[in-house]
Every structure is written in structure tokens, then in C-alpha cells.
Design a protein around this ligand. Structure first.
Ligand code: ZN
Length: 398
């Protein structure tokens, strides 16, 4: 048997997890993607939509450029999941035979100006729903990334892109395309290079929201070692400076539908009993907070500590921690965590009095609950027990 035949025969037996970088990719993309890690195959890939109004056209060469970019982003997530203890896990993508990513080219019913940043998402998602209904089985999961070409007007153009939706919204997220959105500019100290970091980092960050991730900041020692978390200010550093995913984010992605490996039969986001908290305590020991929560129906318990205000987009400073689990009686688990105050940069630097501690309960099927307690550092004495709010006040959603 010839070697090539043997390889072909073996590859038919094994899941094809690491396709070679396609030959039509740019030389720079081939160089950047040369250290790719194998990605575990899944069954529910992320849907990627290239969305147009009824009067505009895709940006030139978008299939190659955005395929390279999506490979890069998939690799960022895969490498960071691997580092966090989830080897080769990343979001799946629908692929074409030539190695490009499959983009669903959806043409909306309205002129492209009607799909603008502030209000365009509703009409866009409505048009995508119609597309999905008309093309059975082509939308393969609950998560959609929508990419629209930049506006061209007195404010926006290919050197200053914008105008279109650019944010996460539930399991949907929006990013944009423009002529210089190309991996060949990665890491370059040029206008195109800085633009690329902004919009590539932005795409990866908004995609994180669309994959169930809230904002989070790293601990002092983690940031010193690893750089900037993608779900903090990492949208401004990806590709230019060290950027990472916190373990907190990785645990949420482990319970995200498009990260599930083939054969995982979890019914993601289906209704299931809420977590039941049996016991909980939070104690101030003078230089550390000690948290313990005993609950059921949970896969992970994550923790975020942040300054007020607590609203979305005021929460980039929420420092992420992860509990450790020990089985308790009757199907319950006890989740414990020690938070050294030295790891909270804002607390250390400003000595702010009030902070909130959010306990995020993550279920196996990806459903999430958040449970917030606000406390005042200035009133704490050593060995004080901080009363946690009633667990009945936890809310579902993120
Ligand atoms: Zn964000």
C-alpha cells in the first residue's frame, strides 16, 4: 500500500480534527496558523452569517480573509481551552471542501442602512430566522455570529469601519467586515495593523458574549503572567499583546453547545430544575475572603468580585475566580474558594468601600444563575461573617 493510500485509509477511520492550512490562504496566514492545535470535532457548529442589505455587496475576497480570521479565532479559543484543562476544545465551524469556512450569505429585505448599530439587530435576526426556515438543517446550533460590511458614508469607510451592529446579544453576536480585515496585517505597527487588532479582538470578544461569556478581569498575579483577559480589555490586545481566557470563561465554554465534543448528548439550554443551595458562608479572615457554597444541580460555581456599578459594560473590572468542588451527601457538592485581597487590583489600589460578590452557578446543560451579595469592606473586622443574600434572589440568564 502506498503511503498516500495508507494515510487516506487511516484518516477515514479517525475523525478529521486538524485539517492542513488551505493552500489558497495567504503566506502570512499560513505562517500564523502553522502552530495550530487539533480541535475536537463537534456536532453543533457555530453558525456564521455574512449579512447584506438588499442594496450592498460583500467586501472583496471575504471568503478567504474571513476564513483565515475565523481559523485564527478558533485556534485562540482552542489553545486557551487547552491551557485551562480542556484539550482541543473550541467552537466548531461548518467547513467547505476547499478549507474555507462556510458563511451563510443572507440578504436582508431592507436597504443596508436600516441594519445600523443602534437598532439594526432586530430586523437582521428576523431576516436570518426566515433564511433558517427556508433552508432546513443549515443552521446547526443555537449560536449565530453575524458579520456585516462596514458602512461607507461621511463617518465610516474601510480605513475607519463602523456603523453596523457590533455586540453580543444572548446567543447571537455581531461583528463587521472591511477591505483591510486581513490576517496579513496582524501584529504590525501600522494603521491597518492597529485596526486589525481592534476589529479582530472585537470579533473574538463579542463572539465570547455570543458563546455565553460575561465580562471578567484577571487576578493581579494571573494578569502579570498571562496578559489581558479577552473578556476584559482583551479586545484591544488580541494579536498584539498577550491575551488569555480565564478559567472562569473556560468553564462556561465547557458547558456551551458549540464547544460540545461529538457524542455529547447534553440537551443544551433545555429547562431543568434550578440549583438548590443547602448551605453557604462568606468569611473575612483579615487578608482573605473564604467562601463555601453547598448546592445541587450544578457543574461549576464561578465567582466574580467587582466594584459598583454592576450593570453590563460597567463590569469589565469583575475579577474572576473559580471554586473547587467536593462531593457532599445526597447529590450535593460543596464549592470552596479563598480570595486573597491582594489579587483584587481595584481593592488594593483604591481601597473602595463597597464591592459585590457574584456567585455564578453553571449547570451541565449550560443554564446559568447569578447570585449577588454586596458588602462594605470598611465595616469588616477580622473573622467577620458576611451575610450572603437569600439564594431565592438569584436570577437566571448569565
Ligand atoms: Zn463586551
Amino acid at each position: 500500500m502506498k503511503t498516500t493510500t495508507l494515510i487516506a485509509a487511516v484518516s477515514m477511520l479517525l475523525p478529521l480534527v486538524q485539517a492542513a492550512v488551505p493552500s489558497h490562504f495567504s503566506d502570512r496566514a499560513k505562517e500564523i496558523l502553522s502552530d495550530s492545535v487539533a480541535v475536537q470535532p463537534g456536532e453543533h457548529p457555530l453558525n456564521i452569517v455574512y449579512f447584506l442589505g438588499n442594496d450592498n455587496e460583500p467586501v472583496a475576497d471575504y471568503e478567504r480573509r474571513l476564513s483565515e480570521i475565523m481559523h485564527y479565532v478558533q485556534q485562540f479559543y482552542a489553545k486557551e481551552m487547552t491551557r485551562n484543562g480542556f484539550p482541543g476544545r473550541s467552537f466548531g465551524m461548518q467547513m467547505l471542501e476547499n478549507g474555507n469556512v462556510k458563511f451563510h450569505l443572507v440578504r436582508g429585505k431592507h436597504p443596508h442602512r436600516e441594519y445600523a448599530y443602534a437598532t439594526g439587530h432586530g430586523k437582521c435576526l428576523e431576516d436570518i430566522r426566515e433564511y433558517a426556515a427556508a433552508h432546513a438543517n443549515t443552521i446547526c446550533s443555537d449560536h449565530i455570529l453575524v458579520i456585516m460590511p462596514t458602512f461607507h458614508d461621511e463617518e465610516y469607510n474601510d480605513l475607519q469601519p463602523g456603523g453596523v451592529p457590533f455586540y453580543g446579544l444572548g446567543r447571537n453576536c455581531f461583528a463587521l467586515d472591511y477591505a483591510h480585515f486581513d490576517l496579513r496585517h496582524l501584529g504590525q505597527n501600522t494603521h491597518e495593523g492597529r485596526l486589525l487588532t481592534k476589529w479582530l479582538g472585537g470579533l473574538a470578544h463579542e463572539l465570547g458574549h455570543g458563546l455565553n461569556l460575561p465580562h471578567n478581569e484577571g487576578t493581579v498575579s494571573e494578569k502579570a503572567a498571562l496578559g489581558t483577559p479577552l473578556m476584559g480589555a482583551g479586545n484591544y490586545t488580541l494579536g498584539m499583546k498577550p491575551t488569555y481566557l480565564t478559567l472562569n470563561s473556560a468553564r462556561l465554554l465547557d458547558r456551551c453547545q458549540v464547544f460540545a465534543p461529538a457524542g455529547d448528548k447534553t440537551e443544551f439550554y433545555s429547562e431543568c430544575p434550578a440549583p438548590q443551595v443547602q448551605a453557604s458562608s462568606l468569611k473575612w479572615e483579615g487578608d482573605t475572603l473564604k467562601l463555601a457554597v453547598t448546592c445541587s444541580n450544578c457543574e461549576y460555581v464561578n465567582v466574580l468580585v467587582q466594584d459598583p456599578p454592576y450593570q453590563v459594560n460597567q463590569d469589565y473590572d469583575a475579577v474572576a475566580f473559580c471554586t473547587e468542588a467536593q462531593p457532599a451527601a445526597d447529590g450535593f457538592c460543596t464549592y470552596t474558594l479563598t480570595i486573597p485581597v491582594a489579587e483584587l487590583a481595584a481593592r488594593r489600589n483604591t481601597g473602595k468601600a463597597e464591592q459585590g460578590i457574584d456567585i455564578l452557578l453553571v449547570q451541565k446543560n449550560g443554564n446559568r444563575y447569578r447570585w449577588r451579595t454586596v458588602f462594605d469592606w470598611s465595616t469588616l473586622k477580622k473573622d467577620d461573617v458576611i451575610p450572603l443574600t437569600n439564594p431565592g434572589q438569584m436570577w437566571q440568564g448569565y
